[in-house]
Write a protein of this length. Structure first.
Lengths: 236, 297
């Protein structure tokens, strides 16, 4: 069943159009990767889905309801959560304060959500009294994902999972994400520049270029496709 | 509330039993310090926790003072009722202007509030009901306790403002404000209604500042636009806040008392150059302890 359906989405900043007629969908329980070169509009796309950026045109249907005009707050309430690019943590606040803020839209379930997040990321429990700014890059990414999970999302969007992280850390995070998908049944959109990782953890993928979707398909099929291998995986 | 803040709270509570041992001069110095502390604590909610510097927050000091004074003089309202109206009017004004003003960021916001302070000062100077540039004379308080009543009014206001800051520090309301301070867009993506919380923070600041202005008006008994919308008061309040520690509960109180005591001492010892020495001292303190004397981390 379709959880998210985007049709002919257009958006930009000022007079500059970034997204041009983007159409895609996410099924329930599915992990969808979005990749492409720098400036291809991937992060802008997530900002529009999260409600931070207003679309110029097109439609966004989530659980069969139009959400284009909903505020970010209302989208979080309905189960759309974003782990932003660059993590955007509250560095001057503790790990636990960051997590509590993640559950802003369902304050009645903070304890339960904290327990769940700590079970996926035990490091965060050990560091719960530390400032977010004092964490390592990997721990900050865990906190970013954990904070997004605190809202109890049905659709989790992760912008640049591997940015600035060691391969071993990325591998571990990818494993945790798959575990979360399996145990919680959460659908995910993973925006990622590391294409091999994106295809490895996803069921399907969309390729962005200059604000348009130029290719799409099942991840295992895309991995075999010559154009993808040459352009994004440096395989000659 | 941390251990440091409990020390400030204990100090504040001790001030309540101090008056019988104080000379008139010391009583006045402490009253002035409490006034400054209340303003710095109000600003701390907006700047320290929400990250919005209102250079012109003294506008609400003037509004609170003038509304209190006009109601006492023209409508013969008793002081407590006039003060309540002055405080609420300041809060209402903040509530009305917050939606457009709180969409501005950093220096644009700061300059806009400063413009508001200057514009309101000009408006008051040209209205008949406010006495124009001549100002307003209020009756001298002759009730029980004499002028000590103003000591206790500022003490109560400072204590309330301190407790509000302590609440903000540890409550989910405060978490939302701090999230806005740290990263407003990130706060929004978590579902925090940022405009609502910024408006609440701005209004809370205005209520405390307006109340302080109302007490000040009756304490001084004569107000004019220059004294009630005085940019120097804004500067003093910011210096006290920066010296004490922005975003700490006890810092604004500590900063206000240090500034007032040092300022008064220098005034007494070096009447000709006290301003110069005070300025140098402030520069030194900011250079040596940029996060303020009360900053824990």
């Amino acid at each position: 069943m379709r959880l998210l359906e985007v049709r002919d989405l257009e958006a930009g900043y000022g007079d500059v159009q970034v997204l041009k007629s983007v159409s895609m969908h996410v099924n329930e329980g599915e992990v969808v990767a979005v990749f492409g070169s720098n400036g291809s509009g991937k992060s802008t796309f997530l900002k529009v889905l999260a409600g931070i950026l207003k679309p110029w045109g097109g439609s966004i249907k989530y659980m069969d309801q139009h959400i284009e005009d909903l505020s970010p707050e209302d989208r979080v309430r309905r189960g759309i959560a974003l782990a932003s690019e660059g993590r955007r943590l509250f560095l001057g606040m503790t790990v636990e304060e960051n997590l509590i803020l993640g559950a802003w839209t369902r304050k009645d379930r903070v304890k339960e959500s904290l327990e769940k997040v700590y079970s996926y990321f035990p490091e965060l429990y050990r560091k719960r009294k530390d400032l977010a700014g004092d964490l390592s890059g990997g721990q900050q990414q865990m906190l970013s994902i954990g904070r997004a999970l605190m809202s109890g999302p049905k659709l989790l969007m992760i912008d640049e999972l591997s940015l600035g992280l060691a391969p071993a850390v990325v591998e571990r995070l990818a494993g945790i994400l798959l575990r979360i998908r399996e145990e919680e049944g959460i659908s995910m959109i993973v925006v990622e520049q590391e294409v091999s990782l994106a295809l490895e953890i996803s069921d399907r993928a969309y390729v962005f270029d200059l604000g348009e979707i130029v290719d799409e398909g099942r991840s295992e099929d895309l991995l075999k496709r010559d154009t993808i291998r040459k352009t994004y995986l440096s395989v000659l | 509330m941390g251990r440091h803040d409990l020390v400030v709270l204990a100090g504040l509570l001790a001030l309540s039993i101090l008056p019988p041992f104080l000379t008139d001069y010391l009583e006045r110095v402490i009253t002035s310090a409490l006034l400054l502390a209340s303003l710095a604590l109000a600003q701390n909610i907006l700047l320290g926790y929400t990250g919005y510097p209102a250079f012109g927050s003294v506008a609400f000091f003037g509004v609170g003072g003038y509304v209190t004074a006009v109601l006492m003089k023209d409508l013969s309202l008793p002081f407590p009722l006039a003060l309540l109206c002055g405080t609420l009017f300041s809060g209402l004004l903040a509530l009305l202007i917050a939606p457009p003003v709180m969409r501005l960021k950093s220096h644009y916001f700061a300059i806009t509030t400063l413009a508001l302070q200057l514009a309101l000062g000009e408006l008051v100077a040209n209205l008949e009901v406010t006495g124009g540039a001549q100002g307003i004379n209020l009756p001298i308080y002759r009730g029980p306790g004499g002028y000590l009543i103003f000591y206790y009014l500022f003490w109560t206001l400072t204590l309330v403002a301190f407790l509000i800051n302590a609440y903000v520090e540890r409550s989910t309301f405060g978490y939302a404000l701090k999230a806005i301070r740290e990263d407003e867009v990130a706060a929004e993506t978590l579902g925090v209604n940022t405009l609502l919380f910024k408006t609440a923070s701005f209004t809370l600041m205005a209520l405390i500042t307006g109340c302080s202005g109302g007490i000040y008006a009756y304490w001084i008994t004569y107000i004019d636009p220059t004294s009630m919308f005085d940019p120097v008061l804004s500067v003093k309040m910011f210096v006290a806040l920066l010296m004490g520690g922005v975003g700490t509960v006890g810092g604004p109180v500590a900063g206000a008392f240090v500034l007032e005591v040092v300022s008064e001492t220098l005034w007494g010892q070096f009447p000709r150059v006290h301003g110069l020495i005070l300025g140098l001292l402030i520069v030194l303190i900011v250079l040596i302890i940029p996060k303020g004397i009360w900053r824990r981390r």
